[in-house]
Design a protein around this ligand. Structure first.
Ligand code: URA
Length: 283
């Protein structure tokens, strides 16, 4: 058996579980993959030990994780929102904002993730898509909308000549994958919000597509569901006062489950196209 076979098998199994919606403790997986010792085989090991939670405490990054968790307990969500706002305000362009988000330590979700997922696409593009947050594939690759929903999003955008290589910027309202693919909660969204606002201030899109109910409700600070928010343009304003028209749209993952609603999403895409044409932007 190749030397790294258990690691390869563990990674494949992890991905399979995640595809099925099973929550996987990424910190523990990282520790297992780094050590490779708790998954030794009968031929090359002393009697195998069951994997105890303490095993992760032997890893090199654990002291850092402990410090972070003690610090996080001492700060409230409001403290972290203020810290995020200061950090976002100090960023002068999208790359420095990305670095600020990646080095931000105010998210409990971050400890469970492989990557901070910030953006993909073209800085300064006329169209910005904001989804709800990374899933397993996005967390693994560190890029937004790269799984099945992302591939369908690309197809939706292509119908009106939009793509992430030439004219579209893609991000999310939350930068860290919530465990078990649950929706991000209000605190998790609040902590990310100053960064999202700053992203809009710096990227200056002409129009924003809010992809799905979580993103639309959070950005518009609304309790109204996506069924009623979609279908028309909504004004969006950042904390610093940047105003951008927003078109709420069904999330591509929802459309994959409910293809009957694709015609309504198509109408929303036509709305985006018409609005861009009105602004003199040809795609
Ligand atoms: N769904 C989202 O909303 N965003 C992603 O990046 C991936 C899936």
């Amino acid at each position: 058996m190749p030397q790294n076979a258990p690691a390869v098998a563990l990674k494949a199994l992890t991905e399979w579980w995640e595809e099925m919606g099973v929550d996987v403790d990424q910190a523990e997986m990282k520790a297992l993959l780094a050590n490779n010792s708790p998954i030794t085989t009968a031929q090359n090991s002393a009697p195998s030990q069951p994997v105890q939670p303490e095993a992760t405490e032997q890893t090199s990054n654990q002291p850092q994780a402990k410090r972070t968790s003690r610090r996080n307990k001492a700060k409230t969500t409001d403290d972290w929102v203020s810290e995020a706002a200061a950090s976002a305000a100090a960023a002068t362009d999208i790359p420095s904002l990305k670095a600020a988000i990646e080095s931000f330590e105010g998210s409990e979700l971050k400890k469970l993730c492989e990557n901070t997922v910030v953006y993909d696409g073209v800085i300064g593009a006329p169209v910005m898509v904001l989804g709800e947050g990374p899933g397993p594939q996005e967390d693994r690759l560190g890029l937004p909308f790269v799984g099945a929903a992302g591939q369908f999003l690309d197809k939706m955008l292509a119908t009106i000549s939009l793509d992430r290589k030439t004219n579209t910027f893609i991000s999310n309202v939350n930068f860290w994958r919530p465990p078990g693919n649950r929706n991000p909660d209000a605190d998790e969204l609040a902590i990310c919000r100053p960064f999202v606002d700053r992203m809009v201030d710096l990227a200056q899109p002409k129009i924003i597509i809010a992809s799905g109910g979580v993103a639309a409700k959070s950005l518009l600070d609304s309790k109204t569901g996506i069924m009623r928010l979609r279908g028309s343009e909504r004004p969006f304003t950042t904390a610093a006062g940047t105003e951008v028209p927003m078109v709420p749209m069904f999330h591509p993952a929802y459309l994959l489950r409910r293809p009957a609603d694709k015609s309504r999403a198509w109408r929303d895409l036509l709305l985006v196209q018409a609005r861009l044409a009105e602004m003199g932007i040809s795609l």
